[in-house]
Design a protein around this ligand. Sequence first.
Ligand SMILES: Cc1cc2nc3c(=O)[nH]c(=O)nc-3n(C[C@H](O)[C@H](O)[C@H](O)COP(=O)(O)OP(=O)(O)OC[C@H]3O[C@@H](n4cnc5c(N)ncnc54)[C@H](O)[C@@H]3O)c2cc1C
Length: 464
Amino acid sequence: MVATQLDTAAIKTFGATLRGSVVTPGDPMYDETRQVWNAMIDRKPGLIARCSNAGDVVSAVNFARTHGLDVAIRGGGHNIAGNAVCDGGLMIDLSPMKAVHVDASARRATVEPGCTLGDFDAAAQAHALATPLGINSTTGVAGLTLGGGFGWLSRKHGMTVDNLISADVVTAEGKVVRASATESPDLFWGLRGGGGNFGVVTSFEFQLHPVGPNVLSGLIVFPFDQAKSVLTQFARFTEKMPDDLNVWMVTRKAPPLPFLPAEVHGKEIVALALCYAGDPKEGEKLIEPLRSFGTPYGEHVGVQPYTAWQQAFDPLLTPGARNYWKSHNFAQLSESALDAIIEYAGKLPSPLCEIFIGTIGGQTTRVAPDAMAYSSRDAKYVMNVHGRWETAAEDERCMAWAREFFAKSKPFASGGAYINFLTEDEAERIASAYGPTYKRLVEVKTKYDPANLFHMNQNIKPKA
Ligand SMILES: Cc1cc2nc3c(=O)[nH]c(=O)nc-3n(C[C@H](O)[C@H](O)[C@H](O)COP(=O)(O)OP(=O)(O)OC[C@H]3O[C@@H](n4cnc5c(N)ncnc54)[C@H](O)[C@@H]3O)c2cc1C
């Protein structure tokens, strides 16, 4: 059933049960509320429930189930496949739920599902604490966590899911369940990497670690004609670096960064982005070799607040552009893989496209692959072919570039994939992306959501 076929009295009664509000097509807020980060997604839900608390979420889940509506769950709205929004059904919009409570002495935080990374980082950093999250402050904590989550701190403190202590979940039946190592442990296992398949999380509890509040971090930018030397040394260096240090690689056309000479703007570059999570003085010594990987165009490296570094890439990845991603995991970066990167970075189809290598490893690899749903413990690098452009006329060209490079680099990848980077058209990759834990995920899905109410996600189909 589509929500627009419901009678207005049913919608009115539903709205009256909520502390938050209901938004329908034609309401002034409708278009703004249904919009997600990726402008290629333009879906029109029949009804949007803007939830204020867990009670609203229970009412929304019950309403959707009773009326046979499709359900989409929106946290930060950054999912590339646009799973936060559905056509015709009910969008459960959690973005108004933004409370963060930090218990500094216990080093724990409870975080509501509408929080962005920026909301969480700011609250935790007031106490010089943090947990590993992604690298753009506008991303939602909820979707990122449920798919695994990684960023600058992951080599030292693991994946985001490695730091999840418990979660409150509204199940498909409309029950509120606490999931932790000791309460509904099967659900807790599935939530840590199984995406939004099992219910709506209304609260996350995380372990925090001392971080900063100032960290050594920044960018070193090299000319593209030095790519082979820079990438080869990057691959060797990152295999041996200590867990406190993280270095990512991105190759793209240079944005107008003030520390680069004007004539470099718009030219292909290779940039190393780094963050040292320990004493900045130690970090200075460790990062010195990076500068000799080539002859840099320029650099912007220094000690800055961790929260500032977490926002450093936000201007490059604002909402509203068209985006198409392809991603592989790598256990190591072979020469052939690097050659493929260089070949395709040499023919970027739009000035906004980029190829990046996010480095993980360290603590992310020291957890058993079956300890939780996220199983890619052999992945030391996550590559994202980031197709990004402005107009629909560029769609075919940019997507073809991303797909071609994806195929070319596949033989060097380790298998598995990061489910949070899968696009709309990758349904056939879902089981292999979850990898060895998929079979158990089907069991957990069948137990908690046998009718597949929650299917707008990297979907795990329950048993018939
Ligand atoms: C600019 C940008 C940068 C990124 N950088 C990183 C990075 O550095 N590291 C990284 O790990 N990932 C990164 N990602 C990927 C990111 O993890 C995913 O896009 C993730 O889905 C974002 O979560 P969200 O809450 O914003 O998304 P949404 O689109 O709101 O949600 C995505 C899906 O998660 C599920 N979901 C969301 N909230 C809930 C909930 N409360 N309960 C149950 N299910 C829920 C639903 O299935 C939903 O469809 C980045 C994405 C973008 C766009």
